[in-house]
Design a protein around this ligand. Structure first.
Ligand code: COA
Ligand code: MG
Length: 290
């Protein structure tokens, strides 16, 4: 089944308590806006942030952007009320932090029983405990609203006591495992944030690394990261030229019924044809957005 892909190159977090940031987000070129009720919001501002997120969704104005609300974890003072409020908020997705295992997905899914069928559940991959459980968690995609993973590098670094450097060496195995688990169960997956929001050189290298690992896009903390991120995660002119050549080669009458053909001196199989069609589909989804 080929669904029209949703561009999710750039997903900008902002504290839902920050009215100025919400106002700006309505005109920023991010594909996804994540209104945060969790770690970017101080305990004393939690209730205000929840109300502000609900008001923002009621007022709308986010255009084609997907809007997600990151709730507080279910074990916290605010988690259950956040989920109940967000269920009827009109958000496209709820982002659940601090997932330890599949039971957390089931609990959030149950708490969203009143939400419309279109509301998705997204899960933060940011605890040490969830790493050996990635496959079981991703498998919940078939029985719950779960549709997307988001890497949380700051919490992973804190729990592991690892150092978060631009190369991200301690995290690379986890990034690969999370991408593989997501893909095994048909989920989308977004890379973690780059805290260095003033240094776009560091940011660009990290975004490229995420692309190499197979992420659909990257989560962001500052508006100046959006345009470079969109550029990295958009199909390049070379990729699109390759896709067109592969599609054209398989369409030739002499190649009818073949599983492998040659394109510009390289082998292309039916799996490459599928990849080529996906690239074209995501490129046209991006084009129709801008
Ligand atoms: N979303 C929307 N607008 C944002 C923004 C964001 N994430 N971050 C900054 N802005 C806006 C500011 O409001 C400011 O707008 P203005 O100048 O038009 O009034 C402009 O962009 C420039 O901001 P700047 O002064 O460079 O940054 P700052 O010092 O105000 O804020 C942070 C820096 C890191 C505190 C801020 O970017 C932020 O809160 N990021 C998101 C944090 C978050 O949500 N974390 C949770 C997930 S890790
Ligand atoms: Mg976190």
């Amino acid at each position: 089944m080929n669904k029209i892909p949703r561009p999710r190159r750039s997903a900008l977090y902002l504290p839902a308590s920050n009215a100025r940031a919400i106002e700006k987000a309505r005109n920023l070129p991010a594909d996804v806006i994540i209104l945060d009720l969790e770690d970017a919001v101080a305990p004393e501002a939690k209730l205000l942030a929840r109300e502000a997120a609900l008001t923002a969704l009621r007022e709308g104005g986010f255009g084609p952007r997907e809007v997600a609300i990151r709730v507080n974890a279910l074990g916290t003072l605010w988690g259950a009320d956040d989920l109940a409020a967000v269920a009827c908020s009109g958000a496209d997705a709820v982002l659940l932090p601090k997932v330890y295992g599949a039971a957390d997905i089931d609990a959030a899914h149950a708490a969203l029983a009143a939400a419309p069928p279109s509301m998705q559940l997204w899960a933060m991959i940011e605890t040490c405990a969830c790493i050996p459980q990635l496959n079981a968690i991703a498998a919940r995609g078939s029985s719950t609203r779960l549709s997307l993973f988001v890497i949380g590098v700051n919490d992973l670094a804190r729990e592991m006591r690892a150092h978060l450097t631009p190369a991200r060496t301690p995290f690379l195995p986890m990034l690969s495992l999370a991408v593989a688990a997501a893909r095994a169960h048909g989920l989308s997956i977004l890379d973690g944030v780059c805290n260095e929001f003033r240094d776009l050189h560091v940011f660009g290298a990290e975004a490229e690394q995420g692309l190499l690992f197979g992420f659909d896009g990257k989560t962001l903390i500052h508006p100046n990261q959006i345009t470079p991120c969109n550029a990295v995660f958009s199909p390049s002119a070379d990729e699109l030229a390759w896709a067109d050549a592969v599609i054209a080669a398989f369409a030739l009458p002499e190649n009818a019924g073949k599983g492998a053909v040659q394109v510009d001196g390289k082998m292309a199989e039916l799996l490459h044809l599928e990849q080529a069609r996906q690239l074209r589909a995501i490129a046209s989804a991006i084009a129709s957005r801008s």
